[in-house]
Design a protein around this ligand. Structure first.
Ligand SMILES: NC(=O)c1ccc[n+]([C@@H]2O[C@H](COP(=O)([O-])OP(=O)(O)OC[C@H]3O[C@@H](n4cnc5c(N)ncnc54)[C@H](OP(=O)(O)O)[C@@H]3O)[C@@H](O)[C@H]2O)c1
Length: 290
């Protein structure tokens, strides 16, 4: 069986990856948070701080990972503006450290926020120009990989949704939770993306990791505004869409600037992968089916 290291294994994407590999790989999982799957027997889980890489290097090297999925990140976009040092340590320095683990292919998750949102959705060949610190750290980590001699695949994705044990809220779960509690919400009608079901991203990532290197965009197949995503979510789960009001991003006064016409062109993945990239409606039904 192949040896796979999954960093950030207790996060949204990490949990889908770990579950997917539960019977076909030896997995070393590392996360700050507790093991969400204590019942899995092929999974060694280390609860540790990946910014202290020196204390983990021997354990990782001894495990001899053939594949590394780097899902650990400081992914709170506004938090990255106020804690820039941590964003650098986790989103850049960790990648640098993982590059130094020999004989492994590194799968790095990046973001549509490496682009400026002026003319999205963007292709893999478009010029990067991040508007905020999170996007800047993701761009820097991409540069480290591109100038390394390692086999790598950078997967840029956007607006992940799905479920898991003790995961932090994502945009879709925030919409659902508020509407279920009959709370009014204001949702940006000028921010565009292609929301991505984490389970679908995992299927596509695993296929891509086996065959491709370089940069690939993987996201949902519907490109729409966050407001329209929220309304569609309400419709699918029979929630009250009258509670959702449109708002302009400028009025939200968020610490980090947001790219507006963001999102990803996924033509390359559609052409190269057998895994079908899901429409929002199909992803939502799969993610939240009860
Ligand atoms: N979510 C999105 O919409 C989105 C969009 C584009 C790209 N991405 C990228 O996709 C990847 C996965 O995202 P995700 O949504 O699955 O993220 P996530 O749910 O925030 O998971 C990240 C995991 O990393 C852990 N972590 C954070 N700091 C750590 C540290 N110092 N040491 C060890 N573990 C640490 C977190 O633990 P704690 O929760 O305990 O901090 C969390 O379990 C990231 O690279 C992200 O930047 C995500």
């Amino acid at each position: 069986m192949i040896n796979i290291l999954i960093t950030g294994a207790a996060g949204l994407l990490g949990q889908y990856l770990t579950k997917h590999h539960k019977s076909n790989a030896n997995i070393l999982c590392i996360d700050l948070a507790e093991n969400p799957f204590p019942e899995l027997s092929n999974n060694i889980f280390i609860q540790a701080d990946l910014t202290d890489f020196a204390s983990l290097r021997k354990e990782i090297s001894d495990f001899k990972p053939e594949l590394i999925y780097n899902c650990a990140a400081f992914s709170d976009v506004d938090g990255c503006e106020t804690n820039k040092d941590l964003a650098v340590k986790l989103n850049i320095d960790l990648v640098d450290n993982l590059i130094s683990i020999p004989h492994s292919k590194l799968i790095q998750y990046s973001s549509d926020y490496v682009f400026n949102g002026k003319n999205g959705p963007n292709t893999e060949d478009d010029q990067v120009d991040p508007l905020n610190h999170y996007g800047w750290t993701k761009m820097q980590s991409e540069k480290l990989l591109e100038k390394s001699a390692r086999d790598f695949l950078i997967i840029r994705t956007n607006v992940l949704y799905g479920t898991g044990n003790n995961i932090r809220p994502n945009f879709i779960s925030w919409v659902i939770d508020n509407l279920r509690r009959n709370q009014n919400i204001h949702v940006a009608s000028d921010q565009f993306n292609n929301p991505t079901y984490a389970g679908n991203l995992v299927g596509a990532s695993i296929e891509a990791a086996g065959k491709h290197s370089g940069i690939m965009h993987i996201g949902g197949s519907d490109y729409m505004s966050r407001y329209d995503v929220a309304v569609k979510t309400a419709e699918i789960f029979n929630l009250n869409s009258n509670l959702i009001g449109p708002i302009n991003t400028a009025k939200l006064n968020q610490p980090a600037s947001r790219p507006l016409k963001a999102g990803l062109r996924v033509d390359k993945a559609v052409g190269l992968l057998k895994t079908r990239l899901l429409r929002l409606e199909d992803g939502l039904r799969l993610a939240y089916k009860h």
